[in-house]
Design a protein around this ligand. Structure first.
Ligand SMILES: Cc1cc2nc3c(=O)[nH]c(=O)nc-3n(C[C@H](O)[C@H](O)[C@H](O)COP(=O)(O)OP(=O)(O)OC[C@H]3O[C@@H](n4cnc5c(N)ncnc54)[C@H](O)[C@@H]3O)c2cc1C
Length: 484
């Protein structure tokens, strides 16, 4: 529903090309990466600087209008799904690299800069930004902060939280918070860490300072081939348990291998039940020693073959299939539903067997391609939204996978966030006291519950009534949404 007074005020602070209300033109913004969850906002604003962001927030605050912040819209939990009567604040025009400090090994950027663009900007200096989501060509650093994103190299180099040194945040009340900086610690409560993974619920990130790392002198990628999925799963904890921390340790199952091979021809063995991709980096002698150990462990755990890529081109080819795996699997069915649970590494084999069992129960195929070293599973449930009941079955199947992750001591999200998708499972993961504390924290930043309302933290009433209330096609009964 349009709000003429708010629109009029936006027009006094933003250029005309930064305000979109035409319902056909807002359509590309109606969903994030979860295309099953759609809603059209009445207005999309695209500020070009911090002052414009602050104006949008202040006007929205003064008129009690909810705000959903959007980066690149690649999120996989419905976090950037708009609210019909709300403002969609899109950060994609704020994409300047503000400063590269070679002495401090930091880069300071605007929030709309893509993850890959940071490494591109510093590559000539032999530096890079380590967290590398598979969506890195498109996703924004602001979105990475809001989701505490991970990626292939986070096993060794840490998640976003370990690689961001400072941020600037605009609150809904129009204040700027400067959190962290270029040093490693600052006094007071660690609000910087709090903002990591806060899913656009506490404020808008308008500047990010990241840590840059030197490119490692040498690297090698091993590809272990297995005829049995749990054996590949068991190899993961054996490798890390032996004291080797790979730069990346990723796993793909039969369906994902075949899909990727048909799509990008990476040279994967199409009759394998699973492959493990293990990247080792460091000095040449360290890499060689680690490669021998990993190869021995893979074979001892049942790998039928271990191949090694040593040149840059060979390594890239091994990774090409993994990096293209999501779109490749997307070619197998009209729709897929990507889940994101984390489990202790020793439980990977068991959880994969359970996913295979559930696939039969729900009669929906599933492909697994994931950050195995982090124990971060990504089952991709294939379905066809046009077939009666398939979306509901896919959602129920996904929910059961997450419940099993919690049952084996894991979590309902490893890196994609809760958004609207995993609200029900939050009730399983956290106690009433913990959820209450989340609500208090949210109220401290956003007393009117205007920032991304109805997402990430379920209402306590919702948890007590679970069974009757479910997230369905992204529609969520939530008290925060009742007044809009
Ligand atoms: C093919 C594919 C592969 C992926 N692989 C990975 C992966 O390997 N690892 C991984 O972690 N994720 C992965 N993702 C998920 C997604 O790319 C990440 O969650 C990413 O960080 C989202 O960034 P975005 O800019 O697209 O954010 P959006 O989707 O636009 O928003 C995500 C959330 O962040 C909030 N937000 C965005 N910008 C800001 C800001 N400036 N200030 C405050 N809040 C903000 C939004 O409100 C929303 O809650 C993948 C997605 C796809 C489609």
């Amino acid at each position: 529903m349009s709000n003429p007074r708010v629109l009029e005020l936006f027009r006094t602070h933003l250029p005309p090309q930064s305000i979109i209300t035409d319902q056909a033109a807002v359509r590309p913004f109606e969903t994030d990466g979860i295309t099953a969850f759609r809603e059209r906002p009445w207005v999309v604003v695209l500020p070009e600087n911090v002052e414009q962001v602050r104006s949008v927030l202040q006007i929205s605050h003064d008129h009690d209008v909810p705000v959903v912040t959007r980066g690149a819209g690649t999120g996989l939990s419905g976090g950037a799904r708009p609210i019909r009567d709300g403002v969609l604040l899109t950060m994609s025009k704020m994409r300047k690299v503000i400063e590269v400090d070679l002495e401090a090994c930091t880069a300071t950027v605007e929030p709309g800069v893509t993850n890959l663009a940071i490494s591109d900007a510093v590559r000539e200096h032999g530096l890079y930004y380590a967290p590398d989501p598979s969506s890195q060509i498109a996703c924004s650093i602001g979105g990475n902060v809001a989701e505490n994103s991970g990626g292939v190299h986070c096993l060794k180099y840490g998640l976003t939280v370990h690689n961001v040194l400072g941020i600037r945040v605009q609150t809904i009340e129009g204040e700027e918070l400067v959190l962290g900086g270029k040093t490693y610690d600052s006094p007071g409560y660690d609000l910087l860490a709090l903002m990591m993974g806060s899913e656009g619920m506490l404020g808008v990130v308008t500047q990010v300072t990241v840590k840059l790392l030197p490119e490692p002198p040498d690297k090698r990628v091993l590809l272990g081939v297995y005829d049995d999925l749990p054996k590949a799963g068991d190899s993961v904890s054996a490798i890390i348990g032996d004291g080797v921390i790979p730069a990346g340790l990723e796993m793909m199952d039969a369906l994902a291998i075949r899909a990727a091979e048909e799509y990008v021809h990476a040279g994967y063995p199409i009759d394998a039940a699973a492959i493990l991709l293990c990247e080792l980096d460091g000095s040449a002698s360290q890499v060689e020693a680690d490669a021998d150990r990993v190869s021995d462990i893979m074979k001892a755990k049942g790998a039928i073959n271990v191949r090694t890529a040593t040149t840059e081109e060979e390594c890239e080819l091994f990774w090409k299939g993994r990096k293209a795996a999501f779109p490749a699997v997307g070619r197998l069915a009209p729709d897929y539903y990507c889940m994101d649970g984390s489990v202790p590494r020793h439980a990977i084999g068991r959880v994969l067997s359970e996913i295979t069992r559930l696939s039969t129960v729900y009669q929906l195929p599933v492909a697994n391609v994931f950050h195995a070293g982090d124990g971060n599973l990504h089952p991709l449930v294939l379905y066809d939204a046009n077939k009666e009941g398939e979306l509901q079955r896919a959602e129920a199947f996904g929910g059961k996978i997450l419940e099993y992750c919690v049952a084996v001591g894991g979590t309902i999200t490893g890196e994609h966030g809760v958004g609207v998708e995993k609200l029900d499972q939050m009730c399983l993961q956290f106690s009433e006291a913990e959820l209450n504390q989340f609500h208090r924290l949210k109220a401290a930043f956003d007393p009117g519950a205007l920032m991304n309302p109805g997402k990430a933290v379920p209402a306590l009433a919702r948890c007590s009534e679970l069974g009757g209330m479910h997230v369905h096609e992204g529609k969520v009964p939530h008290p925060e949404l009742e007044r809009f």
